[in-house]
Design a protein around this ligand. Structure first.
Ligand code: SAM
Length: 215
C-alpha cells in the first residue's frame, strides 16, 4: 500500500461524511424533543417520555415486522416506535389518525426525523381503517379514545400474530371507559398493568396495559 492510499483510508474513516448510528439517533432525538415541546405547549396529548421509553423497549425486544398504532397525534409515540424499527433494520409502522391536520403534521415530523420510509400514515377513523388492514400484526399500540379500544381489539384479534404484544395507553385514568377492553385482555391474554409517575401538565400518574397474545 502506498503512503497516499493509507492516508486516504485513514482520512476516509476519520473525516468521511458517512452518517453513523449516533448521527441518525441524534437527528431523531432532536425531532422527538421538538415534538414533545409542541405537544406540551399545545397541549396535544401524547404519552410523554417515560411511557415512550418503555414502549420503545418493548418494540426493541419484540422485533416486530408490523406495528399498528391507533392514534398518531403529531407522531410523538410513533417516532419512538419507528426509531426502533429502523435501528433493527426491519419492520414497518402503520399509524392511524382521524384528524387530517394532525396526520400532515405527523408526516412532516417523521420525514424530518428520516423515518418516513418505515412509516405509513392512514387518515381516518381507526375503527374503520383497521378492518381493511392485512395481518399478521406483531405489535398493536392503542391510544385513540377510550371507547374505541374494545371495537378495535375485536376487529384486529384475528390478525394478531401468536405472541403479538398489545399495548393500551391510559388504562389508569380511562379504566372505567375501557372496562370492556380491560376485561377482555385480562381474561383472554397474559396481561399486566404498568404504572408510571408522569411529569405531564395533564396528568401525574397513569398506566399502560401490556398484553401478550397466546402462541
Ligand atoms: C392521545 S392522542 C395520541 C397520542 C400519540 N399516540 C402520542 O403519544 O404521540 C389521541 C389521538 O387519537 C386521535 N383519535 C381520536 N379518535 C380517533 C379514531 N377514532 N381514529 C383515529 N384516531 C383517533 C386524536 O385525534 C388524537 O390525535
Amino acid at each position: 500500500m502506498t503512503l497516499c492510499m493509507a492516508w486516504l483510508i485513514v482520512a476516509g474513516g476519520a473525516i468521511g461524511a458517512q452518517p453513523t448510528v449516533t448521527d441518525a439517533d441524534a437527528k431523531v432525538q432532536a425531532v422527538i424533543d421538538e415534538v414533545e415541546k409542541t405537544c406540551l405547549d399545545g397541549p396535544v396529548y401524547m404519552i410523554g417520555p417515560k411511557k415512550a421509553q418503555r414502549l420503545a423497549e418493548l418494540v426493541r425486544r419484540a422485533k416486530p415486522r408490523l406495528v399498528v398504532e391507533c392514534g398518531t397525534a403529531l407522531g410523538y409515540s410513533g417516532l419512538w416506535i419507528a426509531r426502533e424499527l429502523k435501528a433493527a433494520g426491519k419492520g414497518r409502522l402503520i399509524t392511524i389518525e382521524i384528524s387530517s391536520t394532525r396526520a400532515k403534521q405527523a408526516e412532516a415530523n417523521f420525514r424530518k426525523a428520516g423515518l418516513l420510509d418505515v412509516v405509513t400514515i392512514k387518515v381516518g377513523d381507526a375503527r374503520k381503517v383497521v378492518k381493511k388492514l392485512d395481518g399478521p400484526i406483531d405489535f398493536l399500540f392503542v391510544d385513540c379514545g377510550y371507547a374505541n379500544y374494545y371495537p378495535i381489539l375485536l376487529d384486529l384479534e384475528k390478525k394478531l400474530s401468536g405472541g403479538a404484544l398489545v399495548v393500551a395507553d391510559n388504562v389508569g385514568v380511562g379504566a372505567r371507559a375501557m372496562d370492556d377492553y380491560l376485561k377482555r385482555v385480562r381474561s383472554k391474554y397474559q396481561s399486566h398493568t404498568e404504572w408510571f409517575d408522569l411529569e405531564l401538565p395533564w396528568g401525574k400518574r397513569d398506566a399502560m396495559e401490556i398484553s401478550i397474545v397466546p402462541r
